[in-house]
Design a protein around this ligand. Structure first.
Ligand SMILES: Cc1cc2nc3c(=O)[nH]c(=O)nc-3n(C[C@H](O)[C@@H](O)[C@H](O)COP(=O)(O)OP(=O)(O)OC[C@H]3O[C@@H](n4cnc5c(N)ncnc54)[C@H](O)[C@@H]3O)c2cc1C
Length: 459
């Protein structure tokens, strides 16, 4: 097994990881950035370095803005290991990864986890039918391969990414049969109490409103306040059923794209046994970290959406702050240097985060779309339905780890990545306690699927 060494290993080449690498390399560190994607960019700027001009234009200015960051990253001197799926990070700073079918290890003085966000599970009846995807998955196909659905699609749920994809589809000429929005009057009322923050972050607000205007102008049918969502079909999705404005609706489609927000990808931080908090505003777990993104596991930092959802610009500031923290931890910059460099970053970070309470309140996913009815599959790998988990609770199952023992829930190849949040909330609801009391899966490596053959063939 190769044992390459570096000062700082960064997992993820999104805005947080690229920004962290640029700062650390500029300050003289040897930096290695590992990412399973074939190019830099992360989720927001996916495939930016080889996207043709036509696609960059179609995806819009926020996507195009990633080019200068990716160029600065490429020129930074940091080493970028593409197609490198990291399957374990240890508290001692060993980073194990799989690349071209072989495993290797990198030993780092400090590790900065910038592994970003993932889409929140949206477990409604029929969500496992072929033809039901997440909006993010559909956007990945568009960003990385120019692939879009040929048949009219239905977009359902809420949140900026759903409307952004709708906007991008309109520009790409993809027919949208309907946008079914779950945001209700109650959500608008709740969000109003955070209007101050929204006005301070008016640029984000303006951007969101202009996306909606384009969708409206394009004549996309819009259903507000949708409830009781269910995908219908036998071998594949045929229609979305829902109620809105007191009426039942059924819209036929062979492609249903669901989305109600993104949540931090906490698999690494859980596997490192870092402390986590249940965030009641964003309804998800977030790792506890100090102002430099340092976890309570010495030598490990976290930055970007993996720390809590703040968006790409906030992620970039957090990446830079984590790099300063890591360089200080390695004794490469003084406390005074670190604090001086951090000052403008903190001010910019505060600005970017001002809109969050408004967005979190407005797009708070509905309980019915997070905690499903008994017949809905929760753990897709092992096909465990919500009713089975409620039955486990009735038999004395306290939390996600016991659910594994009771019925293999969360035991499949994704190791609970897809079902973890739903299982926590479902058990909390069934027991009448808080998600914090229920806890999460005890995550163990491999974080990414790896075969025994690949493991045995380790260099
Ligand atoms: C599917 C999806 C699409 C999104 N699209 C947009 C968008 O178009 N516009 C927008 O404003 N926001 C978008 N977001 C939100 C997005 O998360 C941004 O806020 C921003 O990209 C966060 O930056 P980041 O650096 O924290 O993480 P990310 O940009 O998510 O980067 C994380 C990187 O870590 C890598 N990674 C994760 N785990 C591993 C591992 N085990 N091994 C190796 N590499 C790993 C990933 O490949 C990824 O490149 C999207 C989110 C998702 C989940």
């Amino acid at each position: 097994m190769s044992n390459e060494r570096c000062d700082i290993a960064i997992i993820g080449a999104g805005p947080a990881g690229m920004s962290a690498a640029i700062v650390a390399a500029r300050l003289g560190a040897s930096v290695v950035v590992l990412d399973e994607q074939r190019g830099a960019g992360g989720q927001i700027y996916r495939a930016i370095t080889d996207a043709p001009a036509r696609r960059v234009d179609l995806l819009g200015p926020d996507y195009a803005a990633g080019r200068s960051l990716a160029d600065a990253f490429a020129a930074s001197g940091a080493r970028h290991l593409t197609n490198a799926a990291v399957w374990q990070v240890t508290p001692e700073g060993a980073v194990h990864y799989l690349r071209d079918g072989a495993t290797s290890t990198l030993q780092a003085g400090r590790v900065v986890l910038c592994s970003g966000a993932m889409e929140r599970p949206f477990p409604i009846p029929g969500w496992t039918l072929p033809g039901v995807l997440t909006a993010g998955a559909a956007q990945i196909l568009l960003k990385s391969a120019d692939v879009v659905p040929a048949e009219p699609v239905v977009l359902a749920g809420c949140g900026p990414l759903l409307y952004l994809l709708g906007w991008q589809y309109v520009r790409a000429g993809v027919p949208i049969r309907a946008l079914v929005d779950t945001t209700s009057m109650e959500d608008y009322r709740r969000a109003l109490s955070h209007l101050g923050g929204a006005l301070a972050g008016w640029r984000y607000l303006k951007k969101g409103l202009s996306l909606m205007r384009v969708l409206k102008r394009a004549g996309v049918p819009f259903h507000a306040g949708a409830e009781n969502l269910a995908a219908e079909g036998d071998d594949g999705v045929e229609a979305l059923r829902f109620t809105a404005g007191g009426k039942a609706h059924r819209i036929e489609t062979s492609t249903l794209l669901l989305h109600h927000g993104v949540v931090p990808n906490t698999q690494f931080t859980w596997s490192l046994r870092a402390r986590h908090t249940w965030d009641n505003a964003q309804l998800c777990w977030r790792p506890e970290a100090d102002a430099w993104g340092a976890l309570d596991v010495p030598g490990i930092h976290v930055a970007g959406d993996g720390l809590g959802i703040g968006g790409a610009l906030a992620a970039a500031q957090q990446g830079e702050l984590a790099a300063l923290g890591a360089m200080h931890g390695l004794g490469r910059i003084t406390t005074a240097e670190r604090d001086k460099l951090a000052e403008p970053l903190r001010a910019a970070l505060r600005e970017h985060l001002r809109i969050r309470p408004f967005l979190d309140a407005l797009y708070r996913p509905k309980k019915a779309n997070r905690i499903p009815a008994d017949d809905v599959i929760v753990c897709r790998c092992e096909e465990v339905a919500a009713g089975a988990i409620r039955h486990f609770v009735a038999l004395g199952c306290d939390g996600p780890n016991q659910a594994k023992a009771f019925g293999r829930c969360g035991m499949g190849p994704c190791q609970g990545r897809q079902c973890g949040l739903t299982v926590t909330e479902l058990i909390a609801d069934a027991r009448g306690v808080t998600p914090a009391e229920v806890g999460y899966y005890r995550i163990r490596p491999p974080i990414k699927p790896i075969s025994l053959g690949e493991l045995a063939g380790a260099e």
